[in-house]
Design a protein around this ligand. Sequence first.
Ligand SMILES: NC(=O)c1ccc[n+]([C@@H]2O[C@H](COP(=O)([O-])OP(=O)(O)OC[C@H]3O[C@@H](n4cnc5c(N)ncnc54)[C@H](O)[C@@H]3O)[C@@H](O)[C@H]2O)c1
Length: 271
Amino acid sequence: MRGLNDRVALVAGGAHGIGRAICARLAEEGCQVVVADLEADAAERTATEVGGVAVVCDVTDQEQVRAAVGTATDRFGRLDILVPNVGVAAADSLETIDDEGWAAQVEPTLHGAVRCIQEALPALLAAPGGGRIVATSSVNGMAAVGNIPYSAAKAGLINAIGNIAVSHGPRARGTAGASAGWVRANVVAPGTIRTRNWTENGPEQREMLERIPAVYPMGRVGLPEEVAAAVAFLASDDAAWITGVTLPVDGGLLTGPLTHMMQLGWPEPTG
Ligand SMILES: NC(=O)c1ccc[n+]([C@@H]2O[C@H](COP(=O)([O-])OP(=O)(O)OC[C@H]3O[C@@H](n4cnc5c(N)ncnc54)[C@H](O)[C@@H]3O)[C@@H](O)[C@H]2O)c1
């Protein structure tokens, strides 16, 4: 892909799963990668694999996020690409969830991403050719598929990124956009992706992973590498005129629900 070679990227939540695949793909495209993650050992492992730099960072802690951005700029002298990729989901019902339970999902998933953007923004605005933000949302942020706190946070992230694309794009930053500094900001919205959240989270999740391909027009779940490819594209110069969009990476899930219901058989009428 064009325009990724020699750029500096910070991936928050980069140690495992989708984030790890994003680190690997960006490194393969020639980026210097900073792997920022809560889990020190895993971050170090991924950084070693991709020839990058690891930094321990909890996105709910402003000082740690600031330090992670500082690692990128101190080490490489710049930051071009930010991927806020952390998401925390738990099975909670609206009837029983309390403030603490709500915050445990919404704080890292929405505010964590926004905090990363806030801290990275000065460096991203200074990036030659414009900074690039590609945030990981979810199909949960685009449709009512359950898990209200997580889904609401992912929907909020889509809105935040849209606003940032407008408020920090070249037009808003003045006609001398290049010198004033600007960013492109986009979102990927994955459907079910085979990561440890499905494979290592108990028998119920594993069983769901076996059954869920039936609702996907592509007939299977996705792979972390398939999300990473979309992230790399949106971060690259090949997407130079794309900003403020949310790209579903969902095997067609959001496109064909009605057709699918027909194929699977309509449910019995209730009442
Ligand atoms: N796997 C899926 O089916 C799926 C679907 C749609 C969206 N997503 C989203 O994709 C992203 C990655 O998901 P995944 O399945 O690869 O998850 P994962 O758990 O495998 O990876 C998430 C990473 O974030 C790190 N992390 C968690 N809390 C953190 C914090 N407070 N600060 C810093 N790092 C933290 C974890 O250590 C881990 O490395 C998430 O935003 C998730 O919501 C996943």
